[in-house]
Design a protein. Structure first.
Length: 83
């Protein structure tokens, strides 16, 4: 049966990983934790869209923003040429 890792140890491990000086697997071994467990903690911290519908909405929004940026860039270039 897996043992629970104390929150303080988990926070220490994640803080050391954030520093970026030592490989994650090495830090995990030094604390007696399976590296896969640590990678799972890291993956859980990554924010992801809740579902496919949200992902598609964000993609449409991004496409609209790119289109707007393109139009604004074009207007700015036309204004520069007009001077």
């Amino acid at each position: 049966m897996p043992t629970s890792i104390p929150r303080e140890i988990k926070e220490q491990i994640l803080a050391r990983i954030k520093q970026g000086d030592t490989p994650t697997a090495q830090i995990a071994r030094e604390h007696g934790v399976n590296p896969k467990t640590v990678y799972g903690w890291l993956e859980a911290k990554v924010e992801r869209p809740a579902n496919l519908i949200e992902l598609n909405r964000l993609k449409r929004e991004q496409a609209g923003l790119y289109q707007l940026i393109g139009k604004l860039t074009s207007v700015i270039e036309q204004q520069k040429k007009g001077r």
